[in-house]
Design a protein around this ligand. Structure first.
Ligand code: ZN
Length: 258
């Protein structure tokens, strides 16, 4: 039993490492899609601005054509006016010319608004394009970095899986099946030592009887609260406790003398 525990604990460390790697990989993938989204968003804005400036340019061309037509009309009125002999006809033409003049200044006013809008939209377009270029340059670097990171994770993961396959063969299949099922549920360590009479997975205090069953280790014992498999960390705890206390004292002494 003790040997099986050692092996499952080794597998567990590999699995925990694998879970961590997959988490990192997922985060990196999310970063990658965020970059893509950002790029697409700026591209969309550039397209929208381009369409907007084209629309304004169309309006401006239309206004310019209208002004030209009015100018031609006025020239015609002037010619007619030079030819008429009656006063009321002359006055009517003057009125037509005044109206044309008013129409012209209204269109000119609109045109100047369009010109202003075009200038500011074109400025924005320049900024957006610069922004897009910077983002594209940046994303190439970041994407490369992320993809390299993912490739490294994949290699590391493959190595872990290979090691795991080898170890798996040496563990009783029943124990291994239970371990895997628990791991799948918790995505965390599921074979845990008893520490200070508590399950080190969920930190619930165990009864002395429960603790004794774990210590005997003649079968698998589960934490009644969190269902993790418990083991008695005899050697590790004894050695670990001394190691933790001793260096601390030494360190304190050395800082006092220096
Ligand atoms: Zn527990």
């Amino acid at each position: 039993m003790h040997e099986s525990f050692q092996k499952v604990l080794s597998i567990q460390e590999l699995d925990i490492n694998m879970i961590r790697l997959l988490r990192v990989k997922n985060e990196r993938k999310k970063e990658l899609s965020k970059i893509h989204y950002l790029k697409e968003d700026i591209e969309r804005q550039v397209k929208e601005k381009q369409t907007a400036t084209l629309e304004i340019k169309k309006e401006i061309r239309m206004g310019e054509t209208q002004i030209k037509e009015i100018q031609e009309k006025v020239v015609k009125f002037e010619a007619q006016q030079a030819a008429v002999k009656k006063m009321d006809e002359f006055n009517a033409l003057t009125q037509e010319m005044t109206a044309a003049g008013r129409e012209r200044s209204a269109i000119e006013h609109n045109l100047s608004d369009f010109m202003d809008r075009l200038a500011s939209e074109e400025d924005l377009l320049v900024t957006l394009k610069e922004n897009l270029q910077a983002t594209e340059a940046n994303s190439v670097i970041i994407e490369k970095e992320i993809n390299e990171g993912i490739a490294k994770i994949n290699t590391e993961g493959k190595e872990i899986l290979e090691k795991r396959e080898g170890l798996k063969e040496t563990v009783p299949s029943e124990f291994f099946t239970i371990y895997e099922r628990l791991l799948k549920n918790k995505k965390d360590r599921v074979v845990v030592p008893i520490e200070n009479r508590t399950c080190s997975g969920c930190h619930i205090l165990l009864t002395p009887q429960h603790e004794n069953m774990v210590r005997r280790a003649d079968r698998l014992v589960f934490c009644e609260h969190c269902s993790r498999i418990l083991y008695w960390p005899e050697a590790e705890v004894a050695a670990g406790a001394e190691e933790v206390v001793a260096p601390k004292r030494r360190r304190r002494r050395s800082t006092a003398t220096s």
